[in-house]
Write a protein that binds this ligand. Structure first.
Ligand code: ZN
Length: 689
């Protein structure tokens, strides 16, 4: 990122500082609050570095609200603010071996010692989180925020499977109060799935795993967070009360692991800075094979007494440093901007590139994200561009290269106003993020639907991938989904095509036959009805039992299912209101594709069936949402407020006004363990009067 030198010369330091502050603050808001980053890390960094330099040269330009004084996210509306008892620090960065050696020497000189052992850890590209345990039980989880103040996201963090709700003290006692710190992240492999789901639901996709982890953790509805496959590594003991702190960072890591906290398995001890450099090189090599992003290695002085003596310089500890990996970037020529049509009709732009090696892999295609991104960064065909690749994430085009030399006749890219497949005029989503073809007979959408229908999570038809999904419709073999099951009658014609050998044709036909046995939920998901993910497909299957049952469901019946709201209900009704889709159901049934869900109702004779519960306070073993789902799955009712009709109040820790009201109304109050026995074993709690 660079700035126009002339305009910089014309600007006074104060004006320039103001300008930079405004840009950074805006970028921070987009990044942290709106989850829609506008600047990439390098662009943000360049502005921040310039502002820092400017402020140190001209101290009068530093204002109290400068982003240099407050790096991070202000709490958003809806989360309670948490003041960190011990601030969550930022780390200084070094970018090469000499920088690391210099840091180490400064630390040793400060202490006037000859050497100090180090610990090296992967720097996970996620969100820092502090989780407090009191008497071994999770009490609170807070985001880093600006380091001093974060947000209370306890309800959401409870949904992360790798975060213990209660510490395991069977081997080693835990301090009465312990704050464990770590990094929340979304595995790269799950990121692609999450985006596919969002696309299916017509929602804007996330830009990168870090961004989606942040978005997931900051959901106001923790049930929504629970659906996201978040994960967490613990990497530090923030503080302890009522017990001695460990003597080394390494010991702290071992303790957290013993207590059941997930720690990263790649962690190295180093006796010298040269050993640390060897470890860093090793980390650079494993980087590609990890299912999460890392952007460097954190090196810490292991001894905690030495850490205390070293203290801080500004906001950065003297005893720790981040060694940042160079971003895996490369420059190449953007040969063309292409636009794909997705299964739901969304137009997604991508770049056809002159193939180039990035981080050991040849890249010939990269995402351009959306229409706005292309306009904002002004990408054009034949531009020299910078591309970036991180882990398994789809490579992206970052920016136009500084070395780009545009010919005089270069024109800005014009995003198509008509569907590139069928020519139908596109429509724009309300927020402008999605451009869509709404033609239900759009060939491109059908090809993608076919691919989705056959995909592993749907009907799982091997051999019906991207290419075959294009060929079959284009060659006139398949005009609707039901035609797949008629292909066996056209085996000879398929063989004549000379596209696939006999073995491949027969394997495909066999896989198609096997898919007839897929359960109803899979078939419903495979149909690609907007906003029906695999979970909703299961609910529909359980409730309506057959394809025709779902087709004939009314909006009221759909809305009566827990978890189905007006948007989902109406999209199902709309789908089956289309004659073509109703006919498809008839054709499938005629062809024998008519799975029946005969799962018995397990709740029919469970004592919780028909019983009304209110859950309040904090439960140890599950979240309130989980408890409520458990009740509903057994045919019980989970309501929000205590009334005369409430049968049981499940009271967790810190139960407040609901408990008082229940006692006043003489509602049967039960403990968490009574509740679990009730749910799991059908033991109706005894009541003492
Ligand atoms: Zn179209």
């Amino acid at each position: 990122m660079q700035f126009d030198d002339e305009s910089k010369a014309d600007t006074s330091p104060n004006t320039r500082a103001e300008q930079l502050s405004a840009e950074i603050n805006r970028a921070n808001k987009l990044y942290y609050i709106d989850n829609a980053p506008q600047l990439d890390d390098a662009e943000w960094d360049a502005r921040m570095q310039e502002l820092l330099a400017l402020e140190s040269e001209h101290p009068e330009s530093r204002t109290p609200d400068s982003p240099t004084q407050r790096v991070g996210a202000p709490p958003a509306d809806g989360f309670e603010e948490v003041i960190h008892p011990v601030p969550m620090l930022s780390l200084g960065n070094v970018f090469d071996e000499d920088g690391l050696r210099a840091w180490y020497k400064r630390a040793l000189d400060f202490l006037e010692i000859e050497s100090a052992p180090l610990v090296c850890e992967l720097k996970i590209d996620g969100l820092a989180l502090a989780v407090t345990y009191r008497d071994g039980v999770m009490e609170r989880a807070a985001t880093r925020g600006d380091g001093e103040r974060g947000e209370d996201v306890t309800a959401n963090v409870r949904t992360i499977r790798s975060v213990p709700l209660r510490l395991d003290v069977s081997e080693q006692p835990a301090p009465p109060v312990a704050e464990l710190r770590g990094e929340v992240f979304l595995p790269n492999s799950r990121f692609a799935e999450l985006n596919a789901d969002r696309e299916a639901a017509g929602l804007p996709t996330y830009v990168n795993p870090r961004n989606s982890a942040s978005g997931s953790l900051r959901q106001l509805d923790s049930a929504e967070t629970a659906k996201r496959p978040l994960d967490m590594f613990f990497y530090a003991l923030g503080y302890v009360e009522g017990a001695e702190e460990p003597s080394s960072h390494w010991d702290a890591l071992q303790s957290m692991k013993t207590w059941g906290g997930k720690t990263n398995t790649w962690t190295r001890q180093a006796n010298t800075v040269e050993e640390a450099i060897v470890a860093i090189k090793e980390a650079g090599k494993v980087r590609e094979s990890l299912d999460y992003g890392i952007d460097g290695v954190v090196i810490k002085i292991d001894s905690i007494p030495l850490q205390r003596r070293l203290g801080f310089v500004g906001r950065d500890p003297r005893w720790a440093i981040a060694y940042k990996f160079p971003a895996e970037q490369a420059e190449t020529t953007l040969k063309a901007i292409r636009v794909n049509v997705g299964r739901t009709g969304a137009l997604t732009p991508w770049a056809e590139l002159e193939p180039v090696m990035v981080g050991g892999v040849t890249v010939g295609r990269a995402t351009l994200h959306n229409k706005d991104e292309i306009a904002r960064k002004d990408f054009r065909a034949y531009d020299r561009v910078v591309i970036q690749r991180a882990g398994d994430v789809i490579p992206q085009v970052v920016e136009v290269s500084a070395k780009n030399n545009r010919p005089a006749d270069s024109k800005p890219f014009e995003f198509p106003t008509d569907c590139p497949s069928c020519g139908t005029e596109t429509v724009q989503s309300e927020d402008g993020a999605v451009t869509r073809c709404v033609n239900i007979s759009c060939p491109a959408q059908f090809e993608r639907l076919l691919e989705h229908f056959a995909s592993r999570g749907a009907m799982d038809i091997e051999g019906l991938g991207e290419r075959v999904s294009q060929d079959l419709p284009r060659l006139g073999f398949v005009a609707n989904i039901a035609d797949i099951y008629r292909l066996r009658e056209r085996r000879e014609a398929l063989l004549e095509l000379d596209k696939m050998g006999e073995t491949r044709v027969d394997n495909l036909l066999k896989a198609i036959e096997v898919s007839r046995l897929q359960p109803l939920s899979r078939l419903l998901f495979a149909l690609g009805i907007s906003s029906i993910g695999s979970e909703i497909a299961e609910w529909l299957s359980r409730r309506f039992r057959s394809l025709s049952g779902v087709r004939d469901a009314t909006e009221e019946e759909l809305l009566a299912i827990d978890g189905i709201g007006p948007i989902v209900a109406s999209s199902i009704v709309e789908y089956f209101a289309i004659e073509q889709n109703r006919n498809l159901v008839d054709e499938l049934i005629e062809l024998g594709i008519n799975p029946i869900d005969d799962t018995p109702e397990p709740s029919a004779d469970h004592p919780a069936n028909g019983v009304t519960f209110v859950v309040t306070g904090k439960l140890d073993s599950m979240s309130r949402s989980e408890a409520q789902n458990r009740i509903k799955s057994l045919g019980g009712k989970a309501t929000g407020s205590v009334t005369g009709k409430t049968d049981y109040l499940v009271a967790g820790a810190d139960a407040g006004s609901k408990l008082e009201k229940a006692q006043r109304l003489n509602v049967h109050v039960i403990t968490e363990s009574e509740f679990i026995a009730f749910m799991d074993e059908g033991v109706v709690p005894a009541r003492s009067y």
